[in-house]
Ligand binder design. Structure first.
Ligand code: SF4
Ligand code: SF4
Length: 82
């Protein structure tokens, strides 16, 4: 059993709150932390892609749940997996 970050793209409205809130994203780029998106070769842990949340670098996620708390619609979650 393990905890895994899961994206529910069908619920997401692409606000980007979680992307901005993620401390790992912020450590990679002040632009991401400032809500300006990505640039160059920065690879965020999570990002909004085609209007919905995408987990881009799951192995870099620290499972801190900051993104989960930042999401108003429950579209990103830490879930128990087998
Ligand atoms: S749970 Fe992972 S993706 Fe979410 S804010 Fe924490 S480090 Fe970032
Ligand atoms: S997962 Fe939630 S906080 Fe993140 S972009 Fe989608 S709706 Fe916004």
């Amino acid at each position: 059993m393990a905890i895994k970050l899961v994206a529910h793209r069908e619920l997401c409205h692409g606000c980007g709150n979680c992307v901005v809130a993620c401390p790992v994203n912020a450590s990679k780029s002040t632009e991401i932390a400032g809500g300006k998106g990505t640039s160059g070769d920065v690879e965020p842990v999570i990002l909004v892609d085609d209007g919905a949340i995408k987990i881009n670098r799951s192995k870099e996620c620290k499972e801190c749940a900051t993104c989960v708390k930042a999401c108003p619609v429950g579209a990103i979650a830490l879930e128990v997996v087998e």
